[in-house]
Structures are given as C-alpha cells and as structure tokens.
Unconditional design. Sequence first.
Length: 310
Amino acid sequence: MTHPRPDAGTSGSVPRGAGPHLLAWAELLRLPALFTVPGDALAGAAAAGGRPGPRTLLAAGSSLCLYEAGMALNDWADRGEDAAERPHRPLPSGRVRPAAAFVAAGALTAAGLALAARAGRRAVAVAVPLAATVWAYDLVLKRTPAGPAAMAAARGLDLLLGAAATGRGVRTALPSAAVLATHTLAVTAVSRGETRGGSPIAPLAALAATGSLTCSLTRGPASARTPPGATHVVRGVLTAAYAATSARPLLHAALNPSPQLTQRAVGGGIRAMIPLQAALAARSGALGPALLTAALAPAARRFAKKVSIT
C-alpha cells in the first residue's frame, strides 16, 4: 500500500555518514513512514484472535515490501508532475533514475508476495489483491474519484493480511479493517488539497470521521483474553492518543485550508495510524502487541527528523 503524502516539504538533516545517493532513496521510499506499517499485521492478528508468531512477522515483512513498492511506484508515476511542482524530489532532481524506481517497485512487489506465500495460502490470497490495489492506485486511480476508496481498500487489506497469516480466517478482523480503512479514506480525501489548498469540507469531514472512530474504539467490545481493567485503561490511553494526533491538525486545516496546514493535517493523519493500530489491538485484548505498536511512534518521530516523509 502507499500513503497520501504531504508534498511541499523537503528532507530533514542528512544522517551522519549517509551519502547523497542513500539519502535520495530514503526520501523516495519515505523510510520513517515504515513505522506505520507493522501495526497493521499486529492489529490484524489480534482481531483474528491469534498470537503474533513467525507468520505474523512474514505478514509484516510482506506489508513493508508492498508499502515501499507503492512509494517507489508513486514517485515514478508522478515524475512529470513533480518536475513542475516539486523539483526537489529524488526523481525530477536526478538523484534517482526513473527506471531504477520502477524496477525497485516491481522487485519489492515480488518480494512482498513471496513473503506472503511463506505465511500461508490464506495470506497470499489477501496479498495478491493488495498488491493489485497498490499498482492500480498509483498508475490509474489516484486522480480519479475512486482514488481515496482505493487507498482505503489497500490499508484495510493490509490489516486483513495480518489476520490471514494466523490461519484463522479474516471474518473477525473485518470490523478492525473497516476502522483503519475509514481513517485512511478521510486522510486521503484531505491530501487532495495539499499542494494548492482548498475547501474546508474535506478536513471537516475527516474531523468528523476521527470523532466517530474514536467513539467506536471506546465503545467496542473488549476481549476476555486480558483483565478488563487493564484492557480499558490501555485502550483508553491509546484511543486518546489517536484522537489528539489526528484531530488537532485537522481542525487547523478546517479553519484555514491553506497548503501548509493541509499538509500538516495529512502528516498528522499518517502519524495517527500508529496509535489507531495499537488501540485496535488493545480492543481485541492483545495488550502486548498494542504496546509494541505504540512503541513505534517515538522511533517514527525520531527518524522523521532525519529523513522527511514529504
């Protein structure tokens, strides 16, 4: 899958010892955003009632590969537009060759499908439509009315990949996948105004979606796998973190839908993926995976200071 991206920023400080070529690839692949991916597999496994294991790791690896494939393909597909509007990006600036980005997208897709196949037939049965959705979004659907729905479908399928890897089926994970897909749909809709600004309607709608999802996380059924008190406390803290991370920049963008504030709202929505995934795992009673997912947030912030996700 891929993320809606804030497009106007530039990369952060160069990591000591990293060459310009490596930094260009880090920018192309949005490496700090990778921290928002493993939580899909963990939340999916929790929703399916399974415990994280080797197959969960394979599913997470598959997700990471397909995510990075989407990032490389996204910039390859946008190279003409980026040359005019974002010449600092790795492809229009000449720091990464377009052919290399396309080959990387294909190789990462193949690697993602191979890892899913190692996780089992059910996992690869989800990974194949996920990969197809990623390619269809980047090459065809991105600028059509179906674009946000395609992005949402990719994120929902990614969570179902984690559920399928447990071997238990995906039906019980569908509500969690719907929550993650709804959040993604809202963020993607906002991202359409990130380069030129636009109407406050999209940020307001996303703000309403955040409120609705927050209520659903609070009121959803708690699993009997952990003590109710611990479940409710952890879930409440993670739900509050999700709401705060997502809602504040959306409110600012609704009040002033300028490109800069819209980009911040999209960035906030991307960062909110981590507490959202953690809250979903906690709602399923999987406190260990929930806390592990939540622990990825500080690392994501730290690496984002070195390599921008823009």
